[in-house]
Design a protein around this ligand. Sequence first.
Ligand code: ZN
Ligand code: ZN
Length: 346
Amino acid sequence: MRAVRLVQIGRPLQNVEIPIPEIGPSDVLIRVAAAGICHSDAHYRGGISTIDNLPVTLGHEVAGRVEKVGTNVANVASGDRVCVHYLVYCGACKFCMRGSEQFCRSGQMIGKHRDGGYAEFIKVPGANAFPLPDEIPFEVGAIMMCSSATALHALNKARFKAGESIAIFGLGGLGFSALQLARAFNCGDLYVVEINPAKLASAANMGAVAIDARSADPVDQIKEATAGRGADVALELIGSAKTMRQAVLCLGALGRAALVGLTAESMSIHPYTELINKEVEIVGVSDHLASQLPTLIEFARSGKLKFPSETLRFVDLDATQINAALDALQDSIDHVRTVIVPGSDR
Ligand SMILES: [Zn+2]
Ligand SMILES: [Zn+2]
């Protein structure tokens, strides 16, 4: 089969011919219909996140049709449309047993620690294949398994509930999903903090109150808009100490700030006035859980989570096209996603 693989760090991905993977009794073989090209893939290629088992087929955002199932697999059958949970986990360790498999000691990320979806076929454990309803296009099934799933996990970690107000810092890929998911949860007032005029406009179009952080302190603006109460929940999706601090300060009593963006900077907090006095919580968010995916899939099936066609681009399963898409990601600021659709050069 054809696969596009990372052979050497810092070098372009390569087209290679490799055997179709042999499946074990608990595995499924999926014919890939769509594979999302993610920022993390650019980081793997560039050596920003380390990979030590080269060569490897990248691609952790995968949807397709089941080609073959192992004898122990009961949750999906040959011919089923499926999307893939990207973390392969043991199911038996302390973390897996409590449903927090992202901390599994023997966890393996698809498209990093084992071969991913930049290929005609992918082998995954049956437990990682989730039925994809007909209403959800393969390309949406693929890309929602990364940033949308993490946005949902962030809302869950913040214990976000109907009627609560929420401030979303950053309208990138995560924010685009978080905004829609917050509405799917019947949120109260929804604020999006941005500095990019186009993103502020699209936040307003999507029914949020756009907070332009260039015009005044976003914390003051949110406090003013909430008559001094502050937001119930804030999601920090940018990865800067400044916006993380703002996400904490914009909260009212009993507010929760979920921090998702990555940064090496330190953040300062005044414990009494900014945390203790209001019983504010700061929550770290890492990845997402298999148990959350059925909810996510249902939101997409019912049209509450959408990726309009103008936000998507398509490339073929071809190293030249994929490398170009990865190059473009490195300096892209919009949230257009590029999806590999093998055999079609749309
Ligand atoms: Zn991803
Ligand atoms: Zn485990």
